[in-house]
Design a protein around this ligand. Structure first.
Ligand SMILES: CC(C)(COP(=O)(O)OP(=O)(O)OC[C@H]1O[C@@H](n2cnc3c(N)ncnc32)[C@H](O)[C@@H]1OP(=O)(O)O)[C@@H](O)C(=O)NCCC(=O)NCCS
Length: 187
């Protein structure tokens, strides 16, 4: 893999982010979400989501961090401050290109998101929802010291509920420590 570069996304990145989002869902959620959705409407829906997110959201209240390698998007994370503020900053998406998972990209994106939250809302925790059956991502969150505070079936598509888990990180300094300790303290 070429050197990784990290940068903030802007509206011109909407289609690239949507394409990676779609590819990652098709791979990671193949046995979790219905095929008709993954093979059909998801692609257009993701484009709509990212175009709307870039055009309507307050840029100071969201953080979309991209990881690129050789000029290609290989991962991204999105943090929203005002989506579920009762649990702190909300990570709505964290995705790494299927062929490049397990190389530390997710860890570095997560650390970048945590650093941004610490500088923007220093006292806030971070939380996210993950599908109960998404074992790979849950291992990543467990290894990062995430605490499970709720299990709930969430309606992700009209009429389709999927069992999900709410993870929270209350101490972001500890989170950063957990994310870096396997690599000798560096990111
Ligand atoms: C979850 C995800 C973002 C993690 O990113 P990544 O780049 O693969 O993860 P990293 O390489 O940074 O892994 C860091 C640690 O997490 C753990 N981990 C990550 N993926 C794992 C997996 N599939 N199985 C087991 N452990 C895993 C490992 O302990 C790893 O530590 P190590 O490198 O010291 O062994 C990525 O695997 C992904 O995109 N998954 C599919 C999409 C998804 O489910 N997103 C989350 C939605 S809530």
């Amino acid at each position: 893999m070429d050197t990784l570069l990290f940068r903030h996304a802007t509206d011109v990145d909407a289609e690239k982010v949507a394409a990676l989002h779609t590819e990652s869902w098709r791979d990671a959620y193949r046995t979790i979400m219905p095929d008709w959705y993954l093979d059909g409407p998801i692609a257009k829906e993701r484009v709509n989501l990212w175009q709307s997110r870039f055009s309507t959201s307050d840029p100071d209240r969201q953080h979309i961090l991209l990881a690129e390698s050789g000029g290609k998007l290989v991962g991204f994370i999105c943090v929203l401050l005002d989506e579920e503020p009762q649990c702190g900053a909300y990570i709505d998406n964290l995705h790494v290109l299927p062929g490049l998972r397990g190389n530390g990209i997710g860890r570095r994106l997560f650390a970048g998101a945590a650093q941004w939250v610490m500088s923007t809302e220093p006292m806030w925790p971070i939380h996210l929802w993950v599908f109960e059956a998404n074992i790979g991502a849950r291992r990543f969150y467990d290894a990062s010291g995430g605490e499970i505070i709720e299990y709930k079936s969430k309606e992700v598509l009209k009429g389709i509920e999927i069992p999900s888990v709410l993870y929270i990180w209350k101490d972001l300094r500890q989170l950063l420590f957990n994310l870096t300790r396997r690599s000798g303290g560096s990111l």
